[in-house]
Design a binder for this molecule. Structure first.
Ligand SMILES: NC(=O)c1ccc[n+]([C@@H]2O[C@H](COP(=O)([O-])OP(=O)(O)OC[C@H]3O[C@@H](n4cnc5c(N)ncnc54)[C@H](O)[C@@H]3O)[C@@H](O)[C@H]2O)c1
Length: 336
């Protein structure tokens, strides 16, 4: 049987859906004719503001629930053709509460897979991360799906996060081997766009620069600004999630990164320009926050995603940032 799950006429559940990636993907699935999209979330990090634009949609349902409670997952996944598993703690949250994060990122994923087994959900799409390549001196050059995990010198929370995503991916593989659960793992690079939050360490470069420029303060660049970041626009990612369900691919993990990487200095200059201009950036040392560094210039290769699910990123940083700034200017209150 093909692992392809068409969107039109089918029911989808987005676990951890009341946030950045979930809200964009819900819109994408609804636009493509999903019979129902259910957002399941305990609102640990998600918010009503992030899904306010969808709340009156006749085919959207919101269910409050926790991935640590399997009975709630069993109920919500009944009759679902596809499940997108997003619920997670990222590095900054992992730094505050490592065990809470490990529970959700590991046991939570297993609970979702078990519920999918019981309810015969046809396909699971699991949100992994380029954090599976790690951070620190080893991370340089072309990062492809077989690139190993580097951890030397990285902050403990970043290692716990990356390692927990590696385990989540392996739990999906295990489910495929044990009961034939079809799945696609997407390794998202740092996400940015409408309904941006402050929880992703790398996206802080964007949102903190915007805040500084708006206040008329010089934006900050950490180090010499030559460090690479590779982002992906949230709308492109919503499309990747949809295409992962639709494609015949199964039992694979692919990178989903934006068109090109950018240095932190280029990024800060671009955000400043798009936000209407402002003072020149100031170069600062470590501010004590968890910052994620690499060993040199790198690019997260997304060619495998084109081969397996037919996806290629479309939105440039300039266009994506323009959209983020436009959203932010219209939604000051929703940006928390
Ligand atoms: N944002 C990024 O830059 C980025 C980059 C790579 C990978 N990812 C991954 O993509 C996914 C979504 O990212 P996002 O930015 O939308 O994340 P987010 O942190 O904003 O959203 C995760 C959602 O999961 C929910 N959640 C947390 N614990 C839960 C629990 N116990 N039960 C039910 N729901 C729970 C939160 O309330 C939140 O709405 C995550 O798995 C993340 O690890 C994100």
């Amino acid at each position: 049987m093909s692992a392809s799950v068409p969107i039109a006429g089918n029911r989808f559940v987005i676990i951890g859906g009341a946030s950045l990636v979930g809200s964009a993907t819900a819109g994408e699935l609804l636009d493509h004719g999903a019979a129902e999209v259910v957002l399941f979330d305990n609102f640990a990090f998600g918010s009503n503001a992030a899904i306010a634009h969808l709340q009156d949609h006749p085919r959207l349902k919101l269910v409050r629930g926790d991935v640590m409670r399997i009975a709630e997952l069993l109920r919500v996944t009944e009759g679902a053709a596809g499940v997108l598993q997003l619920a997670a703690y990222m590095t900054l949250s992992m730094d505050r509460d490592p065990w809470g994060g490990l529970d959700v990122n590991i046991r939570g994923v297993q609970n979702v897979l078990e519920a999918c087994r019981v309810n015969k959900v046809r396909k699971v799409v699991f949100a992994s991360s380029n954090a599976t390549y790690g951070y620190g001196p080893g991370v340089a050059g072309e990062l492809v799906e077989s690139t190993p995990f580097h951890s030397m010198g990285a902050p403990p929370a970043a290692i716990l996060y990356g390692a927990s995503k590696i385990i989540g991916e392996q739990l999906c593989r295990d489910a495929f081997r044990k009961w034939g659960q079809d799945y696609v793992v997407l390794r998202y690079s740092t996400v940015y766009g409408e309904r941006q939050h402050y929880r992703a360490a790398n996206a802080l470069y964007i949102i903190e620069t915007m805040d500084k420029v708006r206040r008329g303060e010089p934006p900050q660049v950490f180090g010499d600004g030559s460090e690479t970041k590779h982002f992906v626009y949230v709308g492109d990612l919503a499309r990747a999630n949809r295409m992962a369900f639709e494609s015949a691919a199964t039992d694979v993990a692919v990178n989903t990164s934006g068109p090109e990487p950018i240095t932190t200095l280029e990024l800060v200059r671009l955000v400043t320009e798009l936000a209407g201009g402002g003072p020149a950036p100031e170069f600062v040392g470590n501010d004590g926050k968890v910052r994620l560094t690499s060993g040199g210039a790198f690019r997260i290769a997304h060619e495998e995603a084109a081969r397996t699910i037919g996806w290629t990123p479309e939105v440039t940083m300039r266009e994506g940032l323009r959209r983020l700034i436009a959203w932010r200017d219209g939604n000051e209150a929703a940006a928390g």
